[in-house]
Design a protein around this ligand. Structure first.
Ligand code: NAD
Ligand code: MG
Length: 302
């Protein structure tokens, strides 16, 4: 198929004009936010992602799989032939059910396990149930995240600091530890860090620290698990258009201009980052471990 400028439609997707550009309308949602209530709705690859068997027969657990980057990864994994368990918070059931439907439409097994990963016992149960339902586990995507901005360290409460570390760091540790009872040789772990690990914003003091911790965790664990044939990598997104930003991740004036400073002039859409997670999980990247792959619209920082 060709478009107006004569280029193949697929090539035009790299054109900045193919996706929404700022300014966006202000849109505050209560945490954890719903993709279905965003305007414009994020593109998670629902109508565009085409699989080619790159993850045939694989069994994946994806945290935060209801919306945003996790949803795009769930859709891509299912269309590449994997069975998928998604975890999310109970308030996100509506978003989660859309994902479950899409995984099933791809002809794969879809399992929804809602629950709060700030609890160690829930994390252990999540992994156990996921492995039971899928008959094993060979891909773990630690993607759930909490980002709530605070202008000053003085406004950042111990409760907030704790919730961010529990969600972004402790849960990754607990879930990964439990998953190691199931992950065979050849399995892969993909964590979601952020450009915030390297270029922390003034208003994301706690969040940026957790993202730096995820980088160190990824590199350390890759060394530890290499001899067992298990690879560990991370993806570092720049500004991506997801519910995370609208439900307290950024002040509304920044939501309005979200992605404006990226060289591509707009935020990324979740569909644009899922291919990194596919490649890192697939058997095409068997010599890649301990790496952080960035997608941030062109700064060249990482
Ligand atoms: P999102 O809001 O769509 O996804 C985050 C998910 O985390 C939520 O859907 C929710 O299910 C889950 N979550 C949060 N707290 C939880 C808890 N206590 N228990 C269980 N699940 C919980 O937003 P997203 O942007 O797709 O976020 C995915 C990952 O990407 C996060 O780790 C985030 O830090 C990271 N990230 C996002 C951006 C961006 O600009 N959107 C940039 C860099 C990194
Ligand atoms: Mg969500």
């Amino acid at each position: 198929m060709t478009s107006k400028n004569g280029l193949p439609a697929s090539l035009n997707q790299t054109n900045s004009d193919a996706y929404p550009v700022p300014p966006f309308e202000r849109q505050k949602q209560p945490f954890p936010g719903l993709a279905s209530k965003m305007n414009p709705r994020p593109d998670h690859g629902e109508t565009s992602y085409k699989g080619s068997g790159r993850l045939a027969g694989r069994k994946a657990l994806i945290t935060g799989g209801d919306s945003g980057i996790g949803r795009a990864v769930a859709i891509a994994y299912a269309r590449e032939g994997a069975d998928v368990v998604i975890n999310y918070l109970p308030e996100e059931e509506e978003d989660a059910q859309e994902v479950i439907k899409l995984i099933k439409e791809a002809g794969r097994k879809a399992v929804a396990i809602p629950g709060d990963i700030r609890e160690e016992s829930f994390c252990q149960n999540l992994v156990k149930q996921a492995a039971e339902q899928l008959g094993g586990l060979d891909i773990l995507v630690n993607n759930a995240g909490r980002q709530q901005y605070h202008e000053s360290i003085k406004d950042l409460s111990t409760e907030d600091f704790d919730a961010t570390f529990k969600t972004n760091v402790y849960a990754m540790f607990w879930i990964t530890k439990a998953a190691l009872d199931h992950l065979p040789r050849g399995a892969t772990i993909v964590n979601t860090t952020s450009v915030q690990a390297y270029q922390p914003s003034d208003i994301l003091l706690d969040y940026s620290q957790t993202k730096a911790a995820i980088v160190a965790f990824t590199k350390s664990l890759a060394k530890q698990l290499g001899p067992q044939g298990i690879r560990v990598n991370a993806v570092a997104p720049g500004p991506y258009w997801t519910a995370l930003q609208c439900c307290g991740g950024q002040p509304q004036e920044k939501v309005e201009q979200f992605g404006a400073t990226a060289p591509l002039g707009r935020p990324g859409q979740p569909a644009e980052i899922a291919p990194l997670y596919v490649t890192l999980a697939s058997q095409e990247s068997t010599y890649t471990s301990g790496q952080v792959w960035c997608s941030d619209g062109g700064t060249g920082t990482l």
